[in-house]
Design a protein around this ligand. Sequence first.
Ligand code: SF4
Length: 142
Amino acid sequence: MKNKNIIICSACLLGINCRYDGKNNLNKKVLDLTKKAILIPVCPEQFGGLPTPREPAEQKGNKVFTKSGKDVTKYFLKGAKEVLKIVKFFGIKEAILKQKSPSCGYGKIYDGTFSGKLIEGNGITTKLLKKKKIKIFSEEDL
Ligand code: SF4
């Protein structure tokens, strides 16, 4: 069997209902990639121990808060570390991550005011993977 490239992927982009509201962000271009590569779906927020559905959260500085003001940073950090374990296990070099998420966002994230305003920045998992030299793409880059 010919080896396929293995890529880590935000699970919601593949149609997994792991989003904060119990829905997904199925993306046709990401789904099409499964014909050429093995995409491993991960949801760092679920890996971190948060329930689905869950209260929406946004980054503020280096922390993450829910809309009602609860500090959920530790769950986001735990989820990022769990994703990294999978990356190391398979020797993965690339990731496709969901734009704007406080976990998976790449290049732009919400500003922490829950007003829909975007700022430059990366999600908590994205930051960790970047630090480990994983090449990141968002679904918008495909
Ligand atoms: S944490 Fe990532 S994978 Fe999970 S729902 Fe949010 S964007 Fe999707």
